[in-house]
Design a protein around this ligand. Sequence first.
Ligand code: LLP
Length: 415
Amino acid sequence: MSAVRRADGELWMEGVPLSAVAQRFGTPCYVYSRAAIEAGWRAFDDALAGTDHLVCYAVKANSNLAVLGTLARLGSGFDIVSGGELARVLAAGGRAERVIFSGVGKSEAEMRQGLAAGIKCFNVESEPELDRLDAVAASMGRRARVSLRVNPDVDARTHPYISTGLKGNKFGIPHDRAVAAYERAAGLAHLEVTGIDCHIGSQILDPAPLGEALERVMDLVATLAARGIRLAHVDVGGGLGIRYRESEAAPDVGAWCRQVAARLAGTGHAIVLEPGRSIVGNAGALLTRVEYLKTDKEKRFAVVDASMSELLRPALYEAWHEIVPVASPARESALYDVVGPVCESSDVLGFDRELALAPGDALAILSAGAYGMAMASNYNTRPRPCEVMIDGERAVEVRARESVASLFALERTLD
Ligand code: LLP
């Protein structure tokens, strides 16, 4: 379930005890396992061996250069949603011709940046975006390769904030307008239609909606072919959920890949995927320390040094992350709400957790490798934490903790 394991009462990631990481780098601190990230990517790539495919890691899940560099070395593609993410991918050694550019609001500057770099494809989400991309490509004397993101109107049955494939959602081109949009794209001189894509949501635990969306997309592929529009690739998006708690079952990555490969067999279309969370989610943890134990009549609180600024998911989605002690002391346990120092009632990292705690204890918040640091903020003028990557017996600081001075370095007072 997670890249950490307990041995002799200590929590380990690969060959490093996490107590040593907390000691050496301080808390709060994100820690990632390189081996787990690699295994997460290979689960997709290996299952598709022998078929023409490209696993494009969704950079938004965790965009640290060390994560991107690790994946680039494996030959990964990348799914980006901003010019900033493109710059990160290139800085980490990723190859532009393996980059696909998703997102509903690409600016002209971002389109230019993608075209100049020579990315594989733009995943276009609306008709006006087609027109803008055509104009930008024309101004540069280029042709932009495009895939249209189709909204298949399938319920991903996940949290509404991370559900994207239903009618009335801002994402993609409605299924019933897709053929017209393709015909329009095919008529634009500076666009080259190469693919189709869909992405119906994230943290999807029931694989059935993914299969339904694939069928809806393949129906369109057939309709388009009948109208003379042949596509080179079919991009099935990301969205596979992970196990955050014992009681959950996550879809099997290999089984999903084989289902896609079987459906596309003999069609001549290459397979593209955009997984994020399922590659990095369980490869990371957030280390924190107990500042205070606070008891009132109703509740016990463990006030820790991490908060919604470092890990927003519990506050934003009521997401559940397992919280475990880094060392297991022989003490009596009690039920605690694990809370941060931020001045918001929603700053709770976990409700009613049974833990044996004393001030100063280090805790690990598990499955925090995806959408953890990537969504961290400086709320309450909290420097964002450092990030450490474990590689066998090495612990490498791959992002330094921010300094307070850097947080207001771009600001000024009035005379
Ligand atoms: N492709 C597109 C177009 C996406 O919008 C996303 C995620 C992905 C791929 C990757 O999806 P994944 O495999 O990671 O599920 N902040 C939320 C998740 C937001 C997901 C946004 N889009 C969370 O913390 O749960």
